[in-house]
Design a protein around this ligand. Structure first.
Ligand SMILES: [Zn+2]
Ligand SMILES: [Zn+2]
Length: 341
């Protein structure tokens, strides 16, 4: 049963399901413009998700063929998955930040075997045991999700208004969760006159109850320079300064008081960094640090793919500690270990 929720002022949302995922759904926003509806994100590429999206558009009094444009917060398949299908059905343009377009381009040109080899090398360098890495080298061809994402037609330029006739929607670059993540600030007054400055489509950057995954930017050309957690913390402060009256996130539900949610997340990460620094009294590899970090369940119970995500998160925190001068790598260690300063 398709549902569309009316947020007022020509903005509605559709809960597009993400199959077999605890997140449950992506909130796809439908923004009316003088040239027809524009979507913010599109949802996971799955037949049931597609049906929900198209039925939802019907419930909004429009149809997928009427879509004028697609604005993507970031390249992840629960946001960008259905973009190609919507473009095919409507002729809509697709817009994305250049840094995430690069990821899309790389994903499209990389064969899954090459990608698995890159993952294997990275996990080995992070200190993963051979029994964890071996399956990546030996398993045959398989279908990886999101391996041929749609190539966007337009770049989202940070700080600029998007070309949405009759609306004021400004791109706010919020790297961290991905290198090209953007939030979209609808600068018009809140339809119910809530205090604050307009409304913010926050993608995965700012969610009411979840702290988004901050790992590494999956870029084979990036050695150790990127600091995604540092980027994320800066991006949080950027959206707090906007002071939106309401936040319209891509998962869960709409909420108010962005600055206090930002404060919670900043405190959470500072608490985590301090805890990790205290674990580094003896030198640890990123893998060993991940084993000792607190997760939502004991390490032995964490499934294979989630361990890869966990070790990337451990590495992102290590890079931040190094940048802040609170930890350093041990010269000559292989795989590299880190110790508190
Ligand atoms: Zn995401
Ligand atoms: Zn997401």
């Amino acid at each position: 049963m398709a549902q569309a929720r009316d947020h007022g002022g020509g903005v509605r949302s559709i809960e597009v399901p993400i199959p077999d995922n605890p997140l449950g759904h992506t909130l796809v926003y439908v923004v009316d413009t003088d040239r027809g509806p524009v979507l913010i994100d599109t949802g996971w590429d799955d037949p049931r998700s597609w049906t929900t999206l198209t039925d939802g558009l019907t419930a909004c009094g429009t149809s997928v063929s009427e879509i004028h444009g697609i604005v993507i917060t970031h390249h992840h398949p629960d946001h960008h998955g259905l973009s190609g299908a919507v473009r095919e059905a409507s002729g809509a343009w697709i817009a994305m930040h250049a840094a995430d377009i690069s990821v899309v381009r790389r994903t499209r040109s990389t064969r899954p075997e090459t990608w698995l080899g890159y993952m294997a090398a990275k996990l080995t360098a992070a200190g993963a045991p051979e029994e964890h890495v071996a399956p990546l080298r030996t398993s045959g061809p398989r279908r990886l999700p999101g391996f041929s994402p749609a190539l966007p037609d337009r770049e989202i330029v940070p700080g600029e208004l998007l070309d949405l006739p009759g609306r004021r929607l400004r791109a706010i670059w919020t790297p961290g969760h991905t290198p090209g993540h953007v939030c979209l600030h609808l600068e018009e007054a809140h339809p119910s006159q809530l205090p604050g400055h307009g409304r913010l489509f926050s993608g995965d950057h700012l969610l009411p109850e979840i702290s988004p995954h901050i790992g590494l930017y999956e870029d084979p050309d990036d050695v150790t320079t990127a600091d995604p957690l540092g980027d994320f913390l800066d991006s949080l402060e950027r959206v707090a300064r906007l002071g939106p009256a309401e936040v319209l996130p891509a998962h869960q539900y709409a909420f108010t008081d962005a600055p206090s949610r930002v404060r919670e997340l900043l405190d959470h990460h500072e608490h985590r960094l301090t805890g990790l620094q205290s674990l580094l009294t003896t030198p640890l590899t990123p893998w060993q640090l991940a084993e000792r970090m607190e997760w939502n369940r004991p390490w032995p119970d964490i499934p294979y793919s989630s361990r890869n995500i966990a070790v990337a998160e451990a590495e992102a925190h290590l890079r931040r500690l190094v940048k802040e001068g609170r930890a350093e790598s041990v010269p000559g260690s292989d795989p590299v270990t880190y110790v508190a300063v």
